[in-house]
Design a protein around this ligand. Structure first.
Ligand code: CU
Length: 156
């Protein structure tokens, strides 16, 4: 294999790593990342992932941003009387040292609001997660259809 060709292959490998569903940055490992596909002209979508903190000290997801949403928040599900409601986690989401937190439908999630485009299944979207210790992590996430329409109704 020529040197140029090996360089090209290497470049391709690092490119595919950058867009993979698993991403590691400063001891924070992000995996199983996806965003819920939406119908046209839909206002909100949810983002889900597993955050693993391999550092000895706790870290905190303090913010999320996305260019396809005017407003992005970190939400938790809380019982309000006997109604399950979602609420913004004002102080962010803490991940203890050496532990993992999974954001999933029906639980803690990333909430993308005031969408400026449809989220189409199979397409990729850029988001940025901001951690107190690990800093800013840019990643692309793939949109998936979800069997449950449960998250489509957004109430506070
Ligand atoms: Cu929400």
């Amino acid at each position: 294999m020529s040197k140029l060709l090996s360089l090209l292959v290497l470049a391709f490998i690092s490119l595919s790593t950058a867009t993979a569903e698993t991403l590691s940055h400063n001891g924070i490992l992000l995996s199983d990342v996806w965003i819920r596909a939406t119908p046209p002209h839909h206002g909100v979508s949810g983002g889900y992932l597993t955050i693993q903190n391999s550092n000895n000290t706790a870290d905190r997801l303090v913010a999320v941003t996305a260019d396809f949403a005017a407003q992005s928040e970190i939400h938790e599900m809380k019982m309000d009387g006997d109604i399950m409601k979602m609420r913004q986690m004002e102080d962010g989401l803490t991940i203890a040292g050496g532990s993992a937190v999974t954001l999933k439908p029906g639980g803690t999630h990333l909430m993308f609001m005031k969408l400026n485009q449809q989220i189409v299944a199979g397409e990729r979207y850029n988001i940025t997660l901001i951690f107190e210790q690990a800093g800013k992590i840019d990643m692309t996430i793939q949109a998936r259809k979800s069997a449950s329409g449960h998250h489509n109704k957004h109430s506070h």
